[in-house]
Structure formats: C-alpha cells, structure tokens
Ligand binder design. Sequence first.
Ligand SMILES: Cc1cc2nc3c(=O)[nH]c(=O)nc-3n(C[C@H](O)[C@H](O)[C@H](O)COP(=O)(O)O)c2cc1C
Length: 307
Amino acid sequence: MRRGSADVSTRLGPVELRSPIIAAAGTVGSVVDFSGAADFRAYGAAVAKSVSPEPWAGRPAPRLSSVGTGMLNGIGIQNPGIDAWKRDVGPKLCDVPVPVWGSAVGRDAGGFAEVAAGLEEAAVAAVEVNLSCPNLDDGHLFALDAASAAMVVDAVRAATDLPIGAKLSPNAVDIAAIAAAVRDAGADWVVLTNTVWGAGIDVETRRPKLSGVVGGYSGIPLKPIALRCVWEVAQAHPDIPILGCGGVRCGDDVVEYLLAGASAVAVGTAHFAEPRVGKRIVKELERYMAKHGIASLDELVGAAESW
Ligand SMILES: Cc1cc2nc3c(=O)[nH]c(=O)nc-3n(C[C@H](O)[C@H](O)[C@H](O)COP(=O)(O)O)c2cc1C
C-alpha cells in the first residue's frame, strides 16, 4: 500500500502484505460479519475467530470484563465447528476486501490438522495455529511445551500447503525455544502473542469476574509482555518471521514492535472501542515514516539501537 512517499507494505515469511496491520483472531468475528464495521482496506489480512473440529459451546456468562486498562475474556472459543464454518462463512470470504486467514484450534494434533484442511477448502489465504488459547476446560496449552507445540504444527503442515503462523503464549517460560520448535516443524512465522493468563474478583459481589475465573488478559497492559516475547525471539532466532500482537492501538505501538523485530503487527482488543482503528493506525504510521524520512518498513524491522 503506497500513499505519498511511505510504503507500508511488508513481508511475513512467504506472504506479501499490503499493510503491516492484521486484525487479530476473535476480535473481528468471522471477519465476514465485521466487514461493515471495520475498514479492512487498511489491513494486510484479517484473522477469523478460531474454529475447532466439532462445535464448541464456549463458557457461560460472565465471560468478558474490563480490568484496569485491559480486557479479561473467558469465551472458551465458542464456534460452530469446521463443517458449519465451511458451509456458512466460506462462501462469503470472497466478498471481504482483505485476505482472510483461518485460525485452527483442537484438543489434539489430529483435530488441528482436520480444521486446517477444512480452512484450506474454504479458501482462506493462510492458517494460524492457535496453540495458546488459555480457556480450554482441561487447561492444556500446547504452546507451553516445545514438543507438544511442534507435534501440532507438524500435523497441520502435513494437512495444508497454505502458509502457517503458530500463535504462541506469553505464559511460556522459554518462548524462544518454543518458537524454534514450531519453525522446525514447518511454521512460516510465529504470532507473539496470545493473551496472558489473568483473573479478577468483584469486591462487592465477591464473585470472580469470569465464570471460569481464569481467562486471557489483553489490551494495553499486554504490550510490554508481548513486546518482550518479540524481543527474545528476534534476538535468539533472527530468521523467524514475527507477527507482533498485544496492546497495539496507535502508530507508535506498531513502530515499537517493528523495532523489536516484528515484521507485522496484529490489533485485537482495540477493535471493541474503535472498529476502524486499523485505518487510523496506518495513517499514524505513515506520519511517523514521513517525519523520520523512512521510505520502507524494512528500515524499521529489528532496528532498535543498543545502549
Ligand atoms: C474477546 C477475545 C476473543 C479472542 N479470541 C481468540 C481466538 O478465537 N483465537 C485466537 O487465536 N486469539 C483470540 N484472542 C486473542 C487475540 O487474537 C489477541 O492475540 C490478544 O487479544 C492480544 O492482542 P490485543 O491486546 O491487541 O487484544 C481473543 C481475544 C479477545 C479479547
């Protein structure tokens, strides 16, 4: 996407993006149903809510709560399952003015692979492998263990020829080791990161703010945590393409993630307050580039100065 002198196109592994802004999974519905509210022309891609092999009912209310400047969610990946998704959402993907990426989730590697194959049939442009949802009832998080994460990505790699992004968790003790494991299993990039585990309690009712008590914390307070993950992976493995994600809401946030080593940036929670946030962020990014005489985003990726 070239306007004036600033070129905001970028590349994430094998994928060319007209803009570095990606709509994060679960924050723009199926993409199709959010298309009227957002202006997806400002985005490089938009990721649909995660889909599982069978329908998942999700958790009972309450499952969303604002906590401080962030948001706590315990949706539990409510979704209709891949067959219904292919039937109801798939045919509408071509009406959306942005490449749509699917997001696969499952209880085991075979489940992830089944969904990835279904997403490919529905003609998504890429598959995100959601290894890091913190809301599943058995508490299993593939993204906390290198061998488990690699096993899932390996199965997805065998099931689809589409580009694959592996979405990791800021709860991982050694995020660089997990990133290397999923790269070796065939992921084309890593998404850093999903939400971080969090909880809150209403002091008047004394009840937890989520029915499931522990959920995923996102928004502004996640940014330094996710940025730290980007930094650690970029320093340890400069060859791994990174999609930064966590607390992005303005052009400077994007620049910060790029300087830390990300090649593109996903925006999530900010959509709830401002559905057209992506358009504003791109304008702010262009303004930053013009002010600093930057012609291409390549000049920013991994370009943080050392002390
Ligand atoms: C309500 C809600 C639902 C989400 N659902 C998904 C999901 O289905 N799949 C997924 O990979 N991430 C999901 N996420 C995580 C976001 O994609 C993103 O990684 C996270 O919110 C951090 O970015 P943010 O701080 O910009 O929101 C969800 C986040 C929120 C707030």
